[in-house]
Design a binder for this molecule. Structure first.
Ligand code: MG
Length: 352
């Protein structure tokens, strides 16, 4: 199918995004939106780190339940968290959007999406350096299509120093930043509220400012741990690192499989997010172990390395130990008092 030339609405949209994006200064961006390519100047002696993520309506968010600011924030937070996991410094991000015609013509929703996206980008000196837009295909007379936000995040790290998930060693201790289960707890409260008949839509009623967005909304406004990742790299504290996007059990399994090791978690040490207190005991432990999208960092360090109680203001908790993997034995164990259980990684389910 030949590509249609952009219509005037799309060009106006790109111009609008370009004007708004120009507010984030950067030392590493030589040329941003407006030419055929962006030009980046990574710091001398650094390697480039690149990650992509797309956020698809009704898969990763719902327009009826999520404020547009949160959808923009979360679209970028996923990429930033991947950079954080490898200890990278953010360089520039790219955003490609498919938008239903109703949004493309009346960009209130888009402006609020950009409020959330650009506030998080500015917080991390992460200029929006390019992208693309298109109108989503209409699905039916009543449904003019879905929102898709596709981001590319570029960062850099000193050559050969980026943190990896494949380098944990038996005997290392296992640590996590922040608290766990908050995103799952907030999401379940959000969906419960959105499903109540007659309840006002959170999306229309809630317009969080960037100041109030920090800390108390682990699902809507997760805070990627870039400063922690950079400190782990700079001070050579971690042997391996991964971010918690799919949930502790799943991401720990990723780290252990990549490193060919096993791990033992101490259930009594796991830091529960305060929002999980509203859940039943079973739901609370499920949110902590399997709830996705906390965007905390899970890392390992040699037992001889002193890990601070907090890094860049974020509490660090030791939650277990890395063991030698024995074939046909469980990869993940969980210890409660004197009892050991096998922990099965439970995949994170996207919104249904
Ligand atoms: Mg990741």
């Amino acid at each position: 199918v030949p590509r249609n030339p952009k219509n005037s609405g799309e060009l106006a949209l790109i111009d609008h995004i370009r004007t708004r994006a120009s507010t984030i200064p950067s030392r590493h961006l030589r040329l941003g939106i407006g030419d055929d390519c962006a030009i980046l100047a990574p710091p001398t002696g650094h390697e480039l780190l690149v990650t992509t993520d797309f956020s698809l309506e009704n898969r990763h968010f719902r327009r009826s339940a999520h404020p547009p600011e949160a959808i923009g924030h979360r679209a970028l937070a996923r990429g930033l968290s991947d950079l954080a996991a490898m200890g990278a410094t953010p360089l520039a991000c790219f955003l490609s959007l498919a938008l239903p015609g109703s949004i493309a013509r009346h960009p209130t929703w888009l402006n609020r999406f950009l409020d959330g996206f650009l506030a998080l980008a500015a917080q991390h000196h992460f200029p929006l350096a390019g992208g693309d837009t298109s109108e989503s295909p209409r699905i039916s007379p009543k449904n003019d299509g879905f929102v898709l936000a596709d981001i590319t995040a570029l960062g850099s790290a000193p050559a050969h120093r980026a943190l990896r998930r494949s380098t944990a060693r038996p005997g290392d201790f296992l640590y996590v930043t922040g608290a766990l289960g908050g995103a799952a707890a907030e999401l379940s409260a959000l969906l419960k509220r959105a499903s109540k008949p007659g309840a006002p839509h959170l999306a229309s009623e809630m317009r969080p400012s960037t100041e109030s967005a920090t800390g108390n909304h682990p699902h809507l406004f997760p805070q990627p741990r870039l400063a922690v990742g950079q400190t782990l790299l700079r001070r050579r504290l971690a042997t391996a690192c991964i971010d918690l996007s799919d949930g502790l059990s799943t991401d720990l399994n990723h780290l252990c499989t990549a490193s060919n090791v096993s791990a033992e978690l101490d259930v009594d040490r796991l830091p529960a997010h305060s929002l999980t207190a509203a859940l039943t005991n079973a739901a609370q432990i499920a949110a902590i172990l399997h709830g996705g999208e906390d965007y905390e960092l899970l890392f390992t360090a040699a037992p001889t390395t002193t890990i601070p109680r907090s890094i860049a203001g974020v509490p660090i908790t030791r939650i277990g130990v890395i063991l030698k993997h024995v074939p046909r034995r469980p990869r993940l164990l969980i210890v409660s008092g004197d009892t050991r259980f096998e922990l099965l990684p439970q995949g994170w389910e996207h919104l249904k």
